[in-house]
Design a binder for this molecule. Sequence first.
Ligand code: F3S
Length: 641
Amino acid sequence: MGQTVTEKILAAHLVEGELVKGQEIGIRIDQTLTQDATGTMAYLEFEAIGIPRVQTELSVCYVDHNLIQSDFRNADDHRFLQSVARKFGLYFSPPGNGISHQVHLERFGLPGKTLLGSDSHTPTGGGLGMLAMGAGGLDVAMAMAGKPFYLVMPKVYGIKLTGKLSPWVSARDVLLEVLRRLSVKGGVGYVMEYFGPGVAELSVTDRASITNFGAELGATSSVFPSDANTREFLASQGREEGFVELVADPDAEYDEVMEIDLGALEPLIACPSSPDNVVPVREVAGKPVAQVLVGSCSNSSLRDLMVVAKTLETREVSRDLSFEINPGSRQVLENLTAQGDMLTLVKAGARVHQAGCLGCIGMGQAPPTGAISLRTFPRNFPGRSGTKDDQVYLCSPEVAVAAAITGKITDPRELGEYPHFAMPQKYLPGDSRIEPPLSAGDGAAVEIVRGPNIAPFPAFKAPPADWQGEVLLKVEDNITTDHIMPAGARVLPLRSNVPAISEFVYEAVDVDFVKRARERGPGLVVGGDNYGQGSSREHAALAPRYLGVEVKLVKSFARIHKANLINFGIIPLTFADPADYDQLAQGEAVRIPGLCEQLAAGAEKLTLEAGSRQIPVRLEVSPRHREILLAGGLLNWASRQ
Ligand code: F3S
């Protein structure tokens, strides 16, 4: 039987297991990336492993999330990251150079390679035909140390594209349509693989917008074939030598298939406050808008900002709103400026920010209370913008610029003729600030710079033979990593300091949680479906563990979060019968007799005792995961190997 692109890349990188759906496999990782919000911890973990230099083909340390320097902490962490990159043989992309995913696409990504990143939107690289996955920082640290990355062999969801996008409809609308059909849980366990004649109608940056946003489906990754458009993109970046063709075999079989006629799509928009709350723009047209933000890792390529600039050439931005641009990279900024499009944006009234994540992660650009903010960002989880009760809509650059002009949500087709324009054949590289790796000798001589904000990595104990604790918290469905461990300007500067950042755990859900956990832990958190959706933020596992959360019992887990829980020694249980969720109350004492014995024996069915009630629960993890849980976490386990 023929193979999909996903299967071809996995087969070429397989080091453990067999390509059998649902079984755990270990694969070799060619490239890694980290961003600063997760990177500081990833490098503290890499140090703890004790390897003098990264073992990958290339690894890049990006600073893109925490760019606000209102005190010493972010600035100190940036210097720490730069010194770590120099010491351990990584590329370093400094603050202002761009968002990891956009820069990686431009300068490093290659078809057929594997990429592991400590950021959930790492699948952006799938636009180039690479298998790019998000993971926790500890998984990335292990990959940098040359260890395999373990994952459950994913199923492949084939998305057949036909036709051609209409004017004012763009790549963002393709994934909004997939989210509309499948929801934020629809991709769990799958790699979303695109094929069909419509693929040739999409450029690499269009494809990357789709694979980036595919993270919101909960998918393991998303991938496009590598074809003539891929070669053209690599050539425009001066990297054509890295091109290889990679397409699915004609007789490849997908586990599921959906078809999208690109020509039938219309402008779409995700309403507050979930990326799958999708409707046609015309259904919400006319609502007044207070803020429009174009950019983020999802829609900040040169094409995305060019379409905005070209639309504004003969128009002005409404004075009733704030119109803001977060460019994806220094390269995008440089090209926009050289072409004159930057002048158009500035003259039309745009506020142009440095290249970075900024408002997407709540680092500035919070919208006004109760007012509508239109963003081309990947996420609109409640409060992520930094404003409680925010009203964030997600849309394409076309829909964003239409609203910027009219001051209200507007179907961009009402603007009239679409601004047709040609992309440059050769991009100005704009990567003069990227530092290449030092030689092993020079790296060994580098002293790592540690500011007072960097705290050592905490040590965790192995679980007791018979576990007991208290239900410290009970939460509902769709709890995100933002709920568990918020981001934003107050919290992100503490990411290299676990004791300090732990003070904010579950703040958005229950302000008394931290005090209760300290007084009454160890304990357990009960949750609903899709628990831990959102980001790869390992602090959402690490900080609760630091506070004494040793078990989580939910209806279902999001993939990356479950992996992070295991990495930090938190036992991830699910209800055998989801109806038993109603049986447990916050504050109850609970027990798991014989936990370690059952972990070691490979038991999938365990019993949780709450008073006289016996609640059947499931532990669906691999044999390797059981060893990690018995050791109290991945670092303990790795140090024993
Ligand atoms: Fe940054 Fe937002 Fe993307 S935080 S990496 S722009 S999802």
